[in-house]
Design a protein around this ligand. Structure first.
Ligand SMILES: Cc1cc2nc3c(=O)[nH]c(=O)nc-3n(C[C@H](O)[C@H](O)[C@H](O)COP(=O)(O)O)c2cc1C
Length: 173
């Protein structure tokens, strides 16, 4: 039977929402993942760093930029044992500096995704998918990487219709 994994990175705490900083308990990408739970049956894996970014937005920005510049592969708290049983991986992340957080690269490099379909979605504050789709293709040789869904972070809570349409277009629901 065909199985789906939703793997995602998301950061709560202080973030920037259309002109103002706010503390939130659940990150934007995780809000979208939570809405997907009612739309399809999938296993869910949260990509978490052993040393998470700061709860403070400005410090987090600096830390993530350093990781990008040094092409870091931050250590993760855990990884799924294997991904063999999944045909489809829905990959969610925030746009960080035009691509994915480096922890998502750590996750992708840990497995062989050849022959699998990856459906990327990204929350962002204006840069859309950035170059993340290209980066996923370069990292996951032999995977079929679908056109991604970009969601405005501050609109994550109202994105159900777009998410449903995208999942349906890709044959997951
Ligand atoms: C370190 C960092 C870098 C970011 N870089 C970008 C960017 O290049 N382009 C963009 O549109 N948004 C950028 N953002 C905004 C996030 O993509 C957006 O707030 C996203 O919804 C956060 O998702 P999360 O709450 O699931 O972590 C950045 C945010 C952070 C914290």
């Amino acid at each position: 039977m065909s199985k789906t994994l939703i793997a995602f990175f998301s950061r709560a705490d202080e973030n920037y929402f259309g002109g103002a900083m706010r503390y939130v308990k659940v990150g934007n990408t995780e809000i979208v993942v939570n809405s997907m739970k009612d739309m399809l049956t999938a296993d869910i894996f949260k990509i978490e760093m052993k040393e998470p970014y700061s709860p403070g937005y400005m410090t987090c920005i600096d830390q993530a930029k350093k990781h990008l510049r040094s092409n870091a592969r931050p250590e993760l708290v855990s990884l799924p044992d294997r991904v063999d049983e999944y045909d489809t991986i829905i990959l969610g992340y925030p746009n960080y500096w035009g691509t994915m957080p480096m922890a998502v690269f750590t996750f992708l490099e840990a497995f062989d995704f050849s022959g699998k379909t990856i459906l990327p979605f990204c929350t962002n504050e204006g840069s859309g998918m950035g170059k993340s789709e290209k980066d996923i293709k370069n990292t996951c040789n032999g995977a079929n990487v679908a056109k991604g869904l970009a969601i405005r972070g501050s609109k994550a809570a109202g994105s159900e219709t777009d998410v449903k349409k995208w999942l349906a277009k890709n044959g997951v629901i």
